[in-house]
Design a protein around this ligand. Sequence first.
Ligand code: UD1
Ligand code: CA
Length: 419
Amino acid sequence: MNKKLAVIILAAGKGTRMKSQVPKVLHEICGRPMLEYVLDLVQGLKADKVITVLGYKHQEVRKTLKKDIGVVIQKEINGTAGAVKQAMPLLGNFKGTVLVLYGDTPLLKKETIQKLLDHHRKNDYAVTLLTANLERPKGYGRVIRDKYGSLSKIVEEKDGDEFELDIKEINTGITCFNKNKLTEALKEVKPNNRKKEYYLTDCIGILYKNNELTGTVVLEDINEALGVNSKIDLAKAYSTIQKRINEKFMEAGVTLVDPGSAFINYGTKIGQDSIIYPFTVIDKNVKIGKRCSIGPFIHLRDGTSLDNDVIVGNFLEVTRSKLGAKTIAKHFSYIGDTLIGRSVNIGAGTVTANFDGKNKNTTVIRDNAFIGSDSILVAPVKVGKGAKTGAGSVLIRNSVVKDGQVVVGVPAKPIKNSR
Ligand code: UD1
Ligand code: CA
């Protein structure tokens, strides 16, 4: 059995139905572009060749691709077959299976693709298609089968008649081809349809007519089939991926009090026995240690890192900051560009004024310091070990509070007898 695999990812379209200036495949889902989910999938398949077809704003899309991925620019966006045709020369004299993936189908799982490939190879089909049975198949190409149940062609939504559109089995777009047979079929594809486009799906009908064997694998989890064409689809994809991310955390021992209101981006790390309370937004690249307590109602932004046993409570925004072990910030605060040591208490309403209109400046608060309620720290500022600020104090720019010192007032001044 020939196990060679080439993958072609189609990502040239503008995504007209998204009504956006951003290329469709760059729309983000849980903190990363849609296309990256497809690229992850491909990486797991260990393909011999990977080619992406780009078009609309290709320079921007290209930035998400690793160097070892081939790129073809489709100058005229004239349909999915047009896109594949352009990619074929890059395959050279490759012999084996060509897997076509759509860049707007980010929910597919590796196991599903593997199943499709196995079925295709085992039966030596000319083409094998991943299909799904949807209650509401609107918008997708419909799967037409002959009287023996074999896949005979795909009819696009725009071109189908009443009976065809009644069919619930849809084309996910994910297709395996025998390379040589694909090359032959592509030659015969014509834009005889309402969109005047070259449809890749027509290759299936062509191969069937040429007496080639066609196969299908039917999706078990229909969620995987979602093709993102609109912002409504994007929200659906978001919620499925969010659910997967959240379930992974729960499986790893993180408590999510309400998974439905835990908005945690891809790439976040959270340690065992941490508790995430409702209405929590955690951006990408946030690191949370073990046994932390997060929220409710909190926004942890990019570059935040919490050591073990940290408590960050209601109505906080934390960005580009490190909080040492056992540090507590329980009530409404803004903490930005701040380095905080261990066992520090951040009083209610504390604000680090990190932006002076031009630059972001850093605040440093060392171990065991106590920041009184409603303190404003105008960065750059340093607060020493075990130092204290009184309630309502304002630490002006360049303030340095010495270890153990107590400061109060506006602007904050040391209390006599404190160090
Ligand atoms: C396509 C299928 C449809 C299937 C659905 C699954 C065709 C003709 N139709 O429809 O049967 O049910 O996907 O989601 O294939 N692209 C290019 N170049 C082009 C045109 C498209 O690279 O010239 C890319 C797009 O960027 C996109 C993918 O191909 O990533 C699919 O194109 P799209 O226009 O979204 O096809 P659908 O109408 O969804
Ligand atoms: Ca689509």
